[in-house]
Design a binder for this molecule. Structure first.
Ligand code: E4P
Length: 218
C-alpha cells in the first residue's frame, strides 16, 4: 500500500520522507491556503523532496480554465499530478490531460458511480473522501469497499483507489484490509499509527533492566 501525505507543510513532509513513509503527497486549495505559501513555489519545493506524485489542484471551474491551469501545474516538475474535482468539466479535463501523459487525481468523490466515470476518463487516481462521508452519517469505508470491488472486475480500469479524508488509524487499517492502493494521510495520523502505550512502557522496562547490568553494547 502506498502512503501519500495530505499536507502542504514542507517540514512535515521532509521528516516523514526521512522516516521512509512517503510515496507521494496530496495538496488541495485549503491546504495551500493554510501553508500561507505561493502555490507554484511550495509545489516545486514539495516535488523536489518527494519520491512520487504530488497532487496540485486546479481552481478554475470550466474546462478551458482547468486545462490551462493543469498544463501550467504539470510543468512545475515531472512528478506533479494534476488534481481536478469530480465535475463534468473535471472529467473532461482529466480525459485530455491523461491522454497527454499527465497523471491526474480526480478528487471529491462521494459515490461508486462517480468513481466509475473517473476510471473511464483515464484518471490515475480516484480520491473518495471517507471522513467527510462519515461526517454526514454515511459509511465512508463502505464506499472504498464498493470501488475496490468494482475496479477489480475490469482489468482495463487502471485507476488506483486513493483513500482521502482519513481522520484516524482505523480508516487506514480498514482501507488496507479492503485492498485500496493508496491512502493519503495527515501527518498526525501517521504519528498516531506509530504510537502504542505498551511499546513505550515495554521500552522503559527494558532500558531500566539493562541499566542494572552496568553493560554497554559499544
Ligand atoms: C485529499 O486529497 C484531500 O486533500 C483530503 O484528504 C481532504 O481531507 P479533509 O476531509 O480532512 O479535508
Amino acid at each position: 500500500m502506498k502512503f501519500f501525505v495530505d499536507t502542504a507543510e514542507v517540514a512535515d513532509i521532509r521528516s516523514l520522507v526521512e522516516l521512509g513513509m512517503v510515496d507521494g503527497v496530496t495538496t488541495n486549495p485549503s491546504l495551500i491556503a493554510k501553508s500561507g505559501r505561493n502555490m507554484a513555489e511550495v509545489i516545486a519545493e514539495i516535488c523536489a523532496i518527494t519520491p512520487g506524485p504530488v497532487s496540485a489542484e486546479v481552481t478554475a471551474t470550466e474546462y478551458e480554465g482547468m486545462l490551462a491551469e493543469g498544463r501550467f501545474l504539470r510543468q512545475i516538475a515531472a512528478n506533479v499530478c494534476v488534481k481536478v474535482p469530480l465535475t463534468e468539466a473535471g472529467l473532461r479535463t482529466c480525459k485530455t490531460l491523461s491522454s497527454e501523459g499527465t497523471q491526474v487525481n480526480v478528487t471529491l468523490c462521494f459515490s461508486a458511480g462517480q468513481a466509475i466515470l473517473a476510471a473511464k476518463a483515464g484518471a490515475t487516481f480516484i480520491s473518495p473522501f471517507v471522513g467527510r462521508l462519515d461526517d454526514i452519517g454515511q459509511d465512508g469505508l463502505e464506499l472504498i469497499a464498493e470501488i475496490v470491488e468494482i475496479y477489480a472486475n475490469y482489468p482495463d480500469f487502471t485507476t488506483e483507489v486513493l483513500v482521502a479524508s482519513i481522520r484516524h488509524p482505523i480508516h487506514l487499517i480498514q482501507s488496507a484490509k479492503l485492498g485500496a492502493h493508496v491512502a493519503t494521510l495527515p501527518p498526525a495520523v501517521i504519528r498516531q499509527l506509530l504510537k502504542h502505550p505498551l511499546t513505550d512502557r515495554g521500552l522503559e522496562a527494558f532500558l531500566a533492566d539493562w541499566k542494572k547490568t552496568g553493560q554497554s553494547i559499544l
